[in-house]
Design a protein around this ligand. Structure first.
Ligand SMILES: [Zn+2]
Length: 448
């Protein structure tokens, strides 16, 4: 039997962008949107147009140039939001208005101060209005997993009747358990008349580390769209991680018979780009795209790996776009590639050390075409021996950086005041973020 096709709804640029330290400007969002397009996601939620001029401009810009995927814009369930979203989206090849309204008693009582009846009418009216503007309308009952079940079923039925084409079930606060979330999706499918005409979607947060497990449970129960983000960024503990959802299906089709159109080799580049744009690093042991996801340090593991990689690898680094040992280091290589190669050569560096090597690497890479392992080992040895290579004159740095970045790519500079969390101190001691940055060039290097 042909595996069921899952729609990948990427909300890196909306839910992800809302998370602390992850805000992006319009050119950054546009650059990320191009990568999401290359990655093959089905839907890009580009922003929340009424939230700010910047968000509006980003959604509009993405809608104008990214033509393959559906471009979604978020709106609260009210006329100004919906009209603003439509204004930003109307030039899209495939626009979608995503309307949301909280439905749990706790949100109705304390946040919205409306009754269930008012909530029901507002949801229905909002979907009708959105539908009058756009064929593709998604509705999300915010905090669905803490909503009274009977009321949730009423709301879902009302929005389906009003013309919603996708009904998204958000576990807004990351409260649900996998079996429970699967049952909820199942119940909605069984009890809402007309639900078979619409796509059921899952939107899970990771407060208990269960966002991906909950999303997979939803898919097993009949959801056919998953909302997720690159690197799992998002409000609080984040959203379901796109790369994990995609690779679960790729690695275990025997237990999880679903397919996506995602080009898995673009996962690592997407992860890297997001980290570079936001300046927020990926945790080293992060599944699929973390620095250590394919690193084998224990002797017995290395021995097994050399005999046959299948002994300890359930997927190849190549399949998710991680450069392998044939990687050529040149002036287009970034810090991560350099770091990866150093690790392959058996060296693990703290940030400061790596920065020093990187700084000299970009100068060298500008002079010679390919930096071979022996060049790199020499750089490493010099750093280790404490025989510091004279610091690159400041005047030369922009040139070296431009060379490293490649002339055709625009690497926006991070603001000087980018807050560096205390845990980034190599010594583990809290650091003064400003003391970390002596010059703009220095700051730039941290983000490459
Ligand atoms: Zn969310």
């Amino acid at each position: 039997m042909e595996p069921a096709r899952i729609t990948i709804f990427d909300t890196t640029l909306r839910d992800g962008e809302q998370s602390p330290g992850c805000s992006m400007n319009v050119p950054e969002k546009l650059r990320m949107a191009h990568q999401l397009d290359r990655l093959g996601v089905d839907v890009i939620e580009a922003g929340f147009p009424i939230a700010s001029e910047g968000d509006f401009a980003a959604v509009q810009a993405i809608a104008a140039v990214i033509r393959r995927p559906i471009i979604a814009g978020l709106a609260r369930a009210c006329r100004p939001d919906i009209e603003r979203a439509w204004q930003a989206l109307k030039d899209a090849n495939r626009p979608r208005i995503h309307v949301f309204l909280a439905t749990s008693d706790i949100h109705l009582k304390y946040k919205l101060r409306i009754s269930r009846q008012q909530c029901l009418e507002q949801a229905r009216d909002a979907v009708r209005l959105a539908k009058s503007l756009c064929q593709d309308v998604e509705f999300s009952p915010e905090d669905a997993t803490r909503t009274d079940l009977e009321f949730l079923l009423q709301i879902v039925q009302a929005v389906v009747e009003a013309g919603a084409t996708t009904v998204n079930i958000p576990d807004t606060v990351g409260y649900s358990m996998p079996a429970e979330f699967g049952e909820l999706i199942q119940t909605i499918r069984q009890r809402v008349p007309g639900i078979e005409k619409v796509t059921i979607s899952a939107h899970c947060h990771n407060d208990l580390g269960l966002a991906v497990a909950n999303s997979l449970a939803a898919v097993a129960a009949g959801a056919r769209q998953v909302e997720c983000t690159i690197n799992g960024i998002g409000e609080r503990a984040g959203n379901a991680s796109l790369e994990e959802i995609v690779m679960a299906a790729r690695v275990r089709p025997d237990r999880y018979a679903y397919k996506t159109e995602v080009v898995s080799e673009q996962l690592f580049p997407a992860s890297q780009m997001l980290s570079e744009i936001t300046g927020v690093p990926v945790q080293p042991n992060k599944a699929i795209i973390g620095r250590n996801a394919f690193a084998h340090e224990a002797g017995i593991h290395q021995d097994g790996m050399l005999k046959n990689p299948l002994t300890y690898e359930i997927m190849t680094p190549h399949s998710v776009g991680v450069p392998d040992s044939t990687l050529v280091l040149g002036k287009h290589s970034g810090r991560h590639a350099l770091n990866l190669r150093c690790e392959q050569l058996g060296y693990q560096f703290e940030r400061r050390e790596l920065d020093e090597i990187y700084r000299n690497f970009v100068v060298l890479a500008d002079k010679i075409k390919h930096v071979e392992d022996h060049h790199l080992l020499e750089l490493i040895r010099e750093t280790h021996a404490g025989r510091r290579i004279p610091p690159t004159p400041v005047a030369d740095l922009p040139l070296a950086i431009a060379a490293a970045a490649g002339s055709g790519r625009d690497y926006p500079q991070k603001p000087l005041s980018f807050p560096l969390p205390a845990e980034f101190s190599p010594s583990g001691m809290p650091v003064n973020p400003m003391a970390e940055h002596h010059s703009e060039q220095e700051d730039y290097l941290w983000g490459v």
